[in-house]
Design a binder for this molecule. Structure first.
Ligand SMILES: *[C@@H]1O[C@H](CO)[C@@H](O)[C@H](O)[C@H]1NC(C)=O
Ligand SMILES: *[C@@H]1O[C@H](CO)[C@@H](O)[C@H](O)[C@H]1NC(C)=O
Ligand SMILES: *[C@@H]1O[C@H](CO)[C@@H](O)[C@H](O)[C@H]1NC(C)=O
Ligand SMILES: *[C@@H]1O[C@H](CO)[C@@H](O)[C@H](O)[C@H]1NC(C)=O
Ligand SMILES: *[C@@H]1O[C@H](CO)[C@@H](O)[C@H](O)[C@H]1NC(C)=O
Length: 185
């Protein structure tokens, strides 16, 4: 069979091709940004997911596994920071019950950091089920601190501790939702 290519259809196809390529370049964002958005789109805390990942330049060339590590590292930094903060509050307090309680809280946040480090090890070994379990545990420790305060109603749960509790718990949920994307069902 002989294909006759007249100039007009050829010109039209070239123009169409040019139109499509320039058009798609202007519409779709670069792939890495796409992956962050795609990863966060199904997250319970979309905004926290986006801001936490966008805040780290490493996320620009990370796969989903890398994005989960970035959130976990942020959570480690948060829990370690709060553990020090609670210890500092404890040493500044003059009330012995308050001192004891805050020292326990500091230990719980330290336990959270430890669980998060175990989840990092698991991510590195592609053991996503294990990573999920460790992050779940990490997300429960801040709650233990609040429950300790609830058991002693005369002592006020410091508002700053409450704020930090919420941030860490949410970061853990963000991480869990991302790890879920890595688990093969
Ligand atoms: C804790 O996480 C929040 C939310 O991503 C972040 O803005 C903050 O910088 C973190 N703090 C530390 C000490 O890691
Ligand atoms: C925790 O974070 C606060 C503010 O983000 C910072 O001022 C403080 O130095 C940090 N503490 C530690 C132990 O990292
Ligand atoms: C504890 O007291 C020291 C010295 O006054 C102060 O620098 C520090 O910020 C206090 N810690 C907390 C968590 O408020
Ligand atoms: C600590 O503070 C609480 C609440 O103000 C008070 O009921 C308690 O007696 C105090 N404990 C000590 C050992 O001062
Ligand atoms: C929490 O940390 C303390 C030491 O800070 C440790 O003794 C304890 O076993 C840890 N708890 C868990 C459940 O890992």
């Amino acid at each position: 069979m002989k294909i006759i290519m007249s100039p007009l259809p050829l010109l039209i196809s070239l123009l169409l091709l040019l139109f499509l390529s320039t058009h798609s370049i202007s519409i779709s964002p670069p792939p890495p940004q796409n992956l962050i958005q795609k990863t966060c789109s199904t997250n319970t805390y979309y905004d926290l997911c986006m801001s936490s990942l966008s805040g780290d330049p490493k996320s620009q060339d990370s796969d989903v596994r890398g994005l989960s590590s970035i959130i976990i590292n942020l959570a480690i930094s948060n829990s370690t920071n709060t553990s020090s903060y609670a210890l500092s509050l404890s040493s500044n307090s003059t009330n012995t019950s308050m001192k004891t309680l805050l020292r326990s809280c500091s230990a719980k946040y330290s336990n959270a950091s430890q669980a998060l480090r175990l989840s990092m090890d698991a991510i590195q070994k592609n053991s996503f089920d294990d990573a999920f379990v460790h992050v779940s545990a990490a997300g429960e420790y801040p709650n233990v601190c609040r429950v300790l305060f609830r058991q002693q109603p005369k002592l006020v749960y410091p508002p700053e501790m409450m704020k930090r509790e919420v941030v860490l718990e949410r970061l853990c949920v963000v991480a869990l939702d991302i790890i879920s994307l890595l688990i093969q069902y």
